[in-house]
Design a protein around this ligand. Structure first.
Ligand code: PEP
Ligand code: MG
Length: 376
């Protein structure tokens, strides 16, 4: 039966496996609101409270979780139940009104068009991408494929996943982020993402072969995470060239693939003029960019209240990235959670942003905001 899950903590790999038809909401004692677990809750569109305590004997009791206001009520009174049922109805009504925006363009009153894409964690999210009428997938966090299997997923397993997504998106853009995993005490600053891929070339090559093979069946782009230097980008591009050569000599077809990088380190921001000469697009990962710029571990719940993605430093960096990207003909998007912050949609457009890639539950809300903007 439908339940609220109370847990000490939930790993992202456990969260993706939750059966959405049964889980009304979840709550964890530990974890931070900027973690992948919290991001997944937004993708799944279920209310979640992270880093909140609850009584040990809550099991089997009726409860209310208000994700918007951070409220957990155990054994609510009739009066409270009525109040929260009304609030829930209000949410349902708001969501229904947003449905009217389906099929409409992401265009400002002054005629500026913005690409509005979705962030996904796996093949299972594609139905929601289409149901929410996103124009494409701006961030496919491919590491969940790796978390679902005991070993590294084979080229064939990955190919099937990427091909399914590409085919279902029927020509709409699908940006696959290459593996971004780390397994250390301090994974944020450790051996992770492009660092592992350039060191363990066999892992990287398997993923790139799978992506290029799938590119024949749709409109796939690749982006590399955690870039800090031009050399890394050159090395990653070389690996793409090798993979294409190999596929060609094996007679395996592949399509045209745009290459981009995530801008999520201050180093990448400061050399974005040089990086822009190497790629087709930039996608700003504000989740990591905020943690590295403000020196705030995004996983540390004690710092949630000062983790401020609106910090002027971040907004200035964003302007610099957009300007440097545009000078070299790169399009620039945001795929971090900040991209879905509707209080800034108008600001982003005025800054010159080309694309926003947001959680599934935010697509129509951001569309509404774009359509309300008067930015040229
Ligand atoms: C980011 O860092 O903003 C991002 C989109 O990647 P992730 O949240 O997966 O680190
Ligand atoms: Mg990141």
């Amino acid at each position: 039966q439908p339940v609220i899950i109370l847990a000490d903590d939930l790993a992202p790999s456990e969260t993706v496996q939750l059966d959405k038809s049964k889980v009304l909401s979840f709550m964890t004692r530990h974890g931070s609101t900027n973690s992948h677990t919290a991001i997944l809750a937004r993708t799944m569109n279920i209310p979640a409270l992270i880093g909140v305590d609850y009584p040990e004997d809550a099991e089997g009791h009726m409860a209310v979780v208000d994700g918007r206001n951070g409220v957990f009520l155990l054994d609510p009174t009739e009066e409270e139940l009525t109040k929260y049922e009304a609030l829930r109805q209000e949410e349902v009504e708001k969501a229904r009104l947003l449905q009217e925006l389906k099929g409409k363009e992401n265009v400002t009153k002054a005629g500026r068009k913005i690409a509005l894409y979705a962030n996904i964690g796996g093949v299972g999210d594609v139905a929601s991408v289409l149901a929410n009428d996103a124009g494409g997938i701006g961030l496919f966090r491919s590491e969940f494929l790796y978390l679902e299997t005991e070993d590294y997923p084979s080229e064939e397993q990955q190919f099937k996943a990427y091909r399914t997504v590409a085919e279902n998106m029927a020509g709409k853009k699908v940006i696959i982020r290459t593996l971004d995993l780390g397994q250390e005490d301090n994974p944020a600053m450790g051996y992770r993402a492009i660092r592992i891929c350039l060191d363990r070339k066999e892992i990287f090559k398997t993923q790139l072969r799978a992506i290029y093979r799938a590119s024949y069946y749709g409109n796939i782009s690749i982006m590399f995470p955690m870039i800090i230097s031009v050399d890394e980008v050159k090395a990653a591009k070389e690996m793409c060239a090798t993979v294409q050569e190999e596929l060609k000599s094996e007679g395996i077809p592949y399509g045209k693939v745009e290459l981009g990088i995530m801008i999520e380190t201050p180093a990448a921001v400061m050399i974005s003029d040089l990086l822009a000469k190497e790629v087709d697009f930039f996608s700003v990962g504000t989740n990591d960019l905020t943690q590295y710029t403000l020196a705030i571990d995004r996983q540390n719940p004690k710092l949630d209240n000062i983790y401020d993605a609106h910090h002027l430093a971040i907004l200035r960096m964003l302007q610099m990235i957009i300007d440097n990207g545009h000078k070299e003909g790169c399009w620039v998007g945001i795929c971090g959670e900040l991209g879905a912050d509707v209080t800034l949609t108008d600001t982003f457009i005025k800054m010159g942003i080309d694309e926003l890639s947001v959680s599934l539950s935010m697509i129509l809300k951001v569309r509404e905001q774009i359509r309300n903007s008067d930015a040229k």
